[in-house]
Design a binder for this molecule. Structure first.
Ligand code: HEM
Length: 217
């Protein structure tokens, strides 16, 4: 893994690689959410979409690409966080909100870690499941969200994700040199809005399933 990170970060720098991989992962979040919204249209539409993806010849290359993006992003994040911690002055208690750092920026490592735990559990629950469960993913998703602790965990995790991508997007613009004094505020609000939309969009599915589909099961 370290040779991969060294190769990737040698030419354009760690921050830029994190920004590019983060932007691509944001693209995945939008695509995944758009597909997931089909769940509101009922089992036929949602399962047909899932089966279309499952049988698509480009699925495996797309999954390899996605795994690569996650590995690059997480690997570089771990390295940058370690370096930042090592560079911190010892003997001082530095608050996350001091020195112009917001709560979101000071806790990016924690929100990233929670998202990683969420992702692993998510794949275990919805991706690596028995073939008969795969046949009716609509039922699997909806019945999973009939458990209140699961809904609470999901909503918490996607709010953390929203915080992470909201701040990450803003940082990505800066790392890629796309910021301009004229647009700094607009980019800040655009990034925040994106984070909020991701959190609300993803949270809407467990909340809907819990409150509106329990009589159907
Ligand atoms: C309510 C929210 C969500 C629902 C209902 C949902 C649903 C699903 C389902 C049903 C699958 C399996 C698809 C299949 O095997 O064909 C899946 C896969 C996946 N989900 Fe989610 N998901 C949600 C949120 C998220 C979030 C927030 C992330 C990222 C942090 C995420 C990342 C993934 C990934 C990486 C895969 C594997 C994709 C693949 O390999 O094809 N999901 N999701």
């Amino acid at each position: 893994m370290s040779w991969l990170l060294a190769t990737v970060s040698a030419s354009i720098g760690k921050k830029q690689c994190m920004a590019l991989s983060g932007l691509a992962l944001c693209g995945f979040l939008v695509a995944h959410l758009s597909g997931n919204f089909l769940i509101f249209l009922g089992p036929e539409k949602f399962n047909a979409y899932a089966h279309f993806l499952e049988s698509h010849p480009l699925l495996i290359p797309a999954e390899i690409g996605l795994a690569f993006l996650f590995l690059v992003h997480i690997g570089l994040a771990a390295r940058v966080t370690r370096e930042n911690w090592a560079a911190r002055p010892h003997g001082y208690a530095v608050k996350a909100t001091e020195g112009g750092r917001s709560l979101a920026s000071g806790t990016m490592w924690l929100s990233g870690l929670i998202t990683l735990v969420f992702l692993v559990l998510h794949l275990i629950h919805f991706k690596f499941v028995a073939d008969d469960a795969k046949m009716d993913l609509h039922k699997l998703v909806v019945t999973t969200f009939h458990s209140l602790p699961y809904v609470v965990w999901y909503v918490f995790a996607v709010c953390v994700l929203g915080l992470h991508v909201g701040h990450g997007l803003k940082s990505a613009f800066r790392s890629l040199g796309l910021e301009h004094p004229k647009y700094t505020l607009a980019l800040l609000w655009l990034s925040r809005l994106f984070g909020v939309a991701i959190a609300i969009g993803y949270a809407s599915i467990p909340i809907w399933a819990y409150f509106f589909t329990r009589t159907l099961a």
